[in-house]
Ligand binder design. Structure first.
Ligand code: TYM
Length: 351
């Protein structure tokens, strides 16, 4: 059975990009896979160390998982900092990965900005902790939005270098498994994790600028639809979304060079669980004055029940904390099993 891992940072409001690009996929994968979904609170310290409400943000992401339909009994939901093995494996990966690999990460360059010398060391090492999240459970599949693609490639590079650097120890201890690296099969400890990126909603763009991704950190609240927005706010934001003056095309090819139109069609497709072709089959030839109200109705229809459920669940601290505690315990057991072997492979003295 595939083992799925993914994480969401507890910083800022969840928006439609997080929901369609990630959380909706998390929900669907429960049918076919064993899933571990993590609120990555340690990652949220990398850009900003002091948070006024980290605990409530952690509860709110957890509530979003549960409200969307993730089942914490069949699968595992927890917050990262409860399982200290994440930080431990990240340290080992810090010694496997090269500074040059980290320096090349576009997200690091974006977040660090011009004053790179003054960015936290944690921000530079962020992808190493992310690789540890995934490989601690030897996850085979990771559902994410398009913006995490480079980090997942780095995760594979780290796994491959670890397997390679320690190949003799892995063979000696007999803890290797067959791992496919391109055309070759090698004996290694960590798998080559497959990213699950794709569908019409892998990269949802800002409603104000079709060249920027929808993000928690955009100063304009009109640029995104938050999971907690009420029906009026959702309708207003879609009405105000930037578009071009033309009618929608009938074919997907006709969206080329029209990023705002393509984005709204992608959002409709993601919400309705259909392809962009099907959306254009229905709305091709129509003006935005027709399409936007239909999109607003669909968004309210799909998001309002999630938002209401999220509010109800996040108010119940005892329940949410209980879910995280239980998930943390189960994740911790799996993590410790991996780490025992990793410590042996690396040659640390235990016992
Ligand atoms: P984060 O918290 O920024 O985002 C959570 C998820 O939402 C996706 N996403 C989007 N998808 C489509 N369109 C958008 N505009 C959009 N914006 C965000 C992200 O791709 C992500 O899947 N580094 C990760 C968290 C992380 C993680 C992990 C993920 C830590 N460890 C291990 C997977 C596996 C992050 O910052 O996501």
């Amino acid at each position: 059975k595939p083992l799925v891992f993914s994480g969401v940072q507890p910083t800022g409001n969840l928006h439609l990009g997080n929901y369609l690009g990630a959380i909706k996929k998390f929900v669907a994968l429960q049918e076919t896979s064993d899933c571990i979904y993590c609120v990555v609170d340690l990652h949220s310290l990398t850009a900003q160390l002091v948070h006024a409400d980290l605990q409530d943000q952690t509860r709110s992401i957890t509530a979003a998982f549960l409200a969307s339909g993730i089942d914490p009994k069949k699968h595992i939901v927890f917050n990262q900092s409860r399982v200290m093995q994440h930080a431990e494996l990240a340290w080992i990966f810090n010694c496997v990965a090269r500074i040059g690999w980290m320096n090349r990460m576009t997200q690091f360059k974006d977040k660090a900005g011009k004053d790179r010398e003054n960015a936290s060391l944690g921000l530079l090492a962020y992808p190493s902790l992310m690789a540890a999240d995934i490989l601690l459970y030897r996850a085979t599949h990771v559902p994410v939005g398009e913006d995490q693609k480079q980090h997942l490639e780095l995760t594979r590079d780290i796994a491959q270098k670890f397997n390679n650097d320690f190949s003799a120890r892995i063979a000696e201890l007999g803890v290797g498994v067959e791992i496919q690296v391109g055309e070759e099969t090698v004996n290694g400890f960590f798998p080559m994790t497959e990213p699950l990126i794709g569908g019409p909603a892998a990269r949802i763009m800002s409603l104000r600028d079709g060249s920027k991704k929808m993000s928690k950190s955009d100063p304009s609240d009109l640029s995104r639809i938050n999971l907690t927005d009420d029906a009026d706010t959702i309708s207003k934001k879609i009405k105000k979304a930037k578009t071009d003056p033309d009618a929608l095309p009938s074919e997907v090819d006709g969206l080329a060079g029209r990023p705002e139109a393509e984005n709204l069609v992608g959002i409709y497709a993601g919400l309705a669980d259909i392809g962009k072709e099907a959306v254009l089959g229905q709305f091709g030839g129509q003006q935005f004055s027709v399409f936007k109200p239909a999109l607003a109705d669909l968004a309210v229809d799909k998001l309002a029940p999630v938002a209401a459920e999220m509010r109800r669940i996040s108010a119940d601290h005892a329940y949410v904390d209980g879910v995280l505690r239980d998930g943390g315990e189960r994740a911790g057991n799996l993590a410790e099993t991996t780490m025992k072997t990793v410590r042996d492979i690396v040659g640390l003295l235990q016992g």
